[in-house]
Ligand binder design. Structure first.
Ligand code: ZN
Ligand code: ZN
Length: 271
């Protein structure tokens, strides 16, 4: 059992320390956990929109975060506990690539999740900013979101694309056939050489389904895109959440194994 996506108190909208997450993972029999807090956002962005300070740790805290995860790894390996990977979830939106690249280069990350939470600076997944949906046509928003996600994959900064259809979070889904879009996205991810995560947080949100949706997951499988599994826990009690559902979704989509990343190299693990 693996969980390659969890957040700590440092991001200002989650609770729990690295040690509390690792203890929860040990309790649930998880073999490998990646701590993947949000990479700091550019200070200029937060200066323009102070509410964004609650989306990620400040830049000055990144070294302390890295130290905490690496100390937890050392402490836990001495006790035979779960394997602890140093991860991060980066906001790879157009214009932020150079900032992300600089921050990533400073630390020995095992795994980098590349996520899109913003469209034109709007945090479309923030429940307090839902009014933004009123100014978008849903299909246009989806096309724009997936365009940015494909650019994130092609940019080569991320090992894994986070919650690949997050844009459905509040249930805004376009009418009509989504398969052509899904096929295009899947083949772009395959070409870019990224993995995708099966993220169970969607089950806890208004959309009430795993990210990505079953038809997208099948398209990813057909295109040969590898997968990880993550709870996107924002509290230690959510570690490993709905792993059984994630595993079932993967088996239904045709997957028989997942991958974990050590020093940014994928290694297969059975489901
Ligand atoms: Zn978060
Ligand atoms: Zn995320």
């Amino acid at each position: 059992m693996i969980d390659l996506h969890v957040h700590t108190w440092r991001c200002r909208h989650a609770v729990g320390t690295v040690f509390e997450y690792v203890a929860a993972a040990a309790e649930r029999g998880i073999d490998t956990i990646a701590i993947t807090d949000h990479l700091p956002l550019p200070p200029a962005l937060i200066a323009r929109d102070p509410g964004m300070a609650a989306y990620a740790m400040p830049v000055v805290e990144l070294p302390a975060y890295v130290d905490e995860v690496l100390s937890a790894r050392t402490a836990v390996s001495a006790t035979g506990g779960p394997e602890v990977l140093l991860g991060i979830e980066a906001d790879v939106y157009p214009g932020n690539e150079a900032f992300v690249r600089t921050m990533l280069a400073e630390h020995p990350f095992d795994v980098v999740l590349g996520s899109v939470h913003f469209v034109d600076g709007w945090a479309f997944d923030d429940p307090d900013r839902r009014e933004g949906y009123a100014s978008w046509d849903v299909r246009a928003l989806w096309e724009r979101y997936f365009d940015d996600l494909v650019s994130a994959a092609r940019g080569g900064l991320a090992d894994v694309i986070g919650h690949a259809d997050l844009v459905k979070k509040f249930g805004y889904v376009p009418d009509g056939d989504l398969m052509p879009l899904y096929r295009e996205v899947a083949s772009a991810f395959a070409e870019a050489g990224v993995a995708v995560e099966v993220n169970t947080a969607g089950l806890r949100k208004p959309c009430a389904e795993i990210y990505p949706a079953a038809p997208l997951l099948r398209a990813l499988n057909r295109a040969g895109v590898p997968v990880t599994v993550g709870s996107d826990a924002h509290a230690p009690a959510e570690v490993g959440s709905a792993y059984g559902e994630a595993r079932r979704a993967l088996l239904d989509a045709g997957y028989r194994s997942a991958v974990v990343f050590r020093s940014r190299q994928a290694e297969e693990v059975p489901l």
